[in-house]
Every structure is written in C-alpha cells, then in structure tokens.
Design a protein around this ligand. Structure first.
Ligand code: ZN
Length: 378
C-alpha cells in the first residue's frame, strides 16, 4: 500500500482537531461503504474520545458542518456558473439532500426555493428561477413537461446519468440551456466535484482530500484509466470520513484544464458504483454506460431499467432492458436502436422491452438472480 497524500497526513497529524487517531500514517486503511453504514472504523483507526455517541452522528449535516463546508459550496457554485444573483430552485427526491442543497445555496447568498419534485411546476411559477438543481431523471421529466422556460442553467446532481445522451435530448427542446454536473454524495455535506464550462468534472481541492485509486487495488490509478473515488473529509469533526471509498468509478482525463480551476479533472459521466455493475458475458455493465446506452437512443423516456440474470457459466446470462417509450416514435425502431447501442458499448444484445417488472424502481434496477439481491442506483 502506498503512502497517503501529504496534505491528509498533515491534517491527521494535528490530533487536537480530530476525534480519532490513526496508528500508522503510512498505512491508513480505506473505509468501505459497509464500514460507514455500520458506523465502524477500519482497523488501525481509533477514537480519541470514549463515548461513541459523542463522536458519531449518522448524518453529518449540522450548522457547524455547513459553515465548515461553505468554501466548498462556494467553489462548486462558482465553477458551475451559479452566480450570486441567481434564483435557484432545488428539486430532489431525497428530503435531506434537498434541504441541505437549499441551505448550502442560501449560505452563499443565492435566492433559493426547495420543492418536492411533484411541486416543481408550482415552484417554477413562484420563483421564476434561472437555475434548476435536480437529478437527471427529474430533469428529463421536467423537459417533457415543458417546465424549463426561463432556466439558463440546469445543474444535474447525483453521480450517474447526466451524460451526452440525456443532454442531447434536453438541448433538442431547450437549445440554449447550459447543463453542468455537480457530483454529490450524502456522506459529505457539499458537492465534491463541479463541471466547468469546458465540460470536465473538477474534483474539489477545498475541504476534502480526494484520491483516485485503481479499481482492483489500493494504488493511484494510471492516467486515463478507470478509477475509484476515495474521499477524506477535512471539514467534518463529528463523523470521520477518512479515506472513504465512495464506490463510484470515474475516468481521469487530465490534471489541468484551461479554465484554471485546478484539481483533477474527470469525464463528466460518472461510471457509477462497482457493486451495481455486474459482469455480463464477460463485460462489466457500468451504470453510467448503461444509462447512456438507453438514454442516447431516440424515443426513450425518463424511466429505464434492467433485469440481469447471471449464470455461472456466463453462456446463459440474460439481460432484459426495460424502457419507457415516448409517443410518436416507431417502437420496433427504438428497440433496434437500443440493441445496437448495447452491442457497440458492451458487445452483446439484450432483450429489449417496454414491460417493466412490477417492483421496478426508476432509473436503474439491476437484479442479480444468482444471489437474489437487488441494487438500485440513481
Ligand atoms: Zn475546467
């Protein structure tokens, strides 16, 4: 295992500001998503205070955290082009994320209205925003509902699904809207990456130390290779987020960008979580590529999904792609187009249907019939 980044080691050495200590700075273990959900520390990290409840808040968000992450919010808003005079509507499915985004934006001086997705239309009438912050799925629904009049800037949050296929569809109806991605995970109380005008996703150098590690080992990924995003939170004094493996994969494209914002730059389409990317016919079905293969086809609506039946011998693997058909398109043509895109991206042709399974959840639903577990990624 190689050494942790110098800046992280420096912060960890300041033991008075951290609620925990690391036994060996040369071997700081990676914290998995499982560790996090169990509120467990990886081996070699110990708490300096004895009562766990003093230290761990499951949800890291509080006014102090927000104050600490204010520079990160400011950095992300500026890079993504959200001006201080912007009127922002935040429409996200998740209650906590929605209120956190709203407060983050208010903290840095924007006029903000946070609305539930079902109230989006009313919210747009009330505030007449210039910026809409929402998920790729809701953005596409808003486009079809013709709700984006007056929007200059569309901010897509979450990790997967804001790729060129969806953007083309949005621009077909709203050619002048600028679209930017802000990468956000609930475990950190501000966006961790922001897309600049050049189309690269810049990872923050403010408030967090971000490492890009190889997919299969704890070493820095080669430039151009697919990489795991590992985050150390330098702002939160309550819940340690130390070398936390987000599970999300990205493709590092450059270490500098002509916009001058600095930081590592990746392709704006995040590939998604490895745990949601089964091997099918020997090729990895990354959520980002999967969403792009379907949303990139003409005539596909916002709701898409897949059932994956994995066979140990691989030869009997079965992939069924479900999609919502838009009116006015030849259905057999759309199905053929999706099949072609899968052949090109993944090297196999799935069964393509407009019939969703009864328990289908929006965006991406991959079911592994071998283990009987389902994973949803959004
Ligand atoms: Zn840039």
């Amino acid at each position: 295992m190689e050494k942790i980044p110098a800046r992280l080691a420096e912060v960890l050495n300041q033991r008075h500001v951290w609620p925990y200590a690391v036994e060996n700075l040369d071997h700081v273990p990676i914290m998995t998503r499982k560790d996090y959900s169990r509120r467990a520390m990886p081996g070699g990290v110990r708490l300096l205070r004895s009562r766990r409840s003093d230290v761990f808040h499951y949800w890291p968000y509080g006014s102090e955290d927000l104050a600490n992450t204010r520079p990160v919010w400011e950095w992300a808003a500026t890079l993504a082009g959200i001006g201080a005079d912007a009127r922002v509507v935040v429409a996200l499915d998740n209650d906590d994320a929605r209120s956190l985004w709203a407060e983050g934006m208010v903290t840095i001086g924007r006029t903000v209205l946070a609305v539930r997705p079902e109230n989006l239309s009313a919210g747009m009438k009330a505030l007449q925003p210039t910026v809409l912050v929402t998920s790729p799925l809701l953005a596409y629904q808003a486009v079809l509902g013709q709700m984006l009049d007056g929007i200059d800037l569309l901010i897509l949050t979450g990790s997967v699904g804001g790729g060129p296929g969806l953007r083309q569809k949005i621009h077909h109806r709203y050619p002048t809207i600028q679209i930017r991605q802000l990468y956000y995970i609930g475990e950190f109380s501000a966006p961790l990456a922001a897309e600049c005008a050049n189309g690269g996703l810049h990872w923050t150098t403010v408030g967090a130390e971000i490492e890009f590690l190889a997919v299969d080992r704890d070493e820095t990924a080669h430039p151009g290779a697919r990489a795991r995003v590992v985050v150390s939170d330098l702002t939160d004094r309550a819940q340690p987020l130390l070398r936390y493996d987000t599970g999300d994969l990205v493709q590092v494209v450059a270490s500098d960008c002509s916009c001058g914002a600095g930081g590592v730059v990746t392709h704006p389409l995040v590939l998604g979580k490895l745990e949601n990317a089964p091997m099918v016919f020997g090729s990895r079905l990354y959520p980002g590529d999967f969403v792009e293969a379907i949303w990139g086809a003409d005539g596909t609506g916002p709701h898409i999904g897949a059932n994956v039946r994995l066979d140990r011998g691989r030869s009997k693997d079965q992939v069924t792609v479900c999609f919502e058909a838009l009116p006015g398109f030849d259905l057999s043509h759309v199905k053929q187009s999706i099949a072609d895109r899968f052949r090109k991206t993944f090297g196999f042709v799935p069964e393509v249907t407009t019939n969703f399974p009864p328990d289908f959840q929006p965006l991406l639903y991959v079911r592994d019939f071998r283990t009987g577990t389902g994973e949803t990624s959004q």
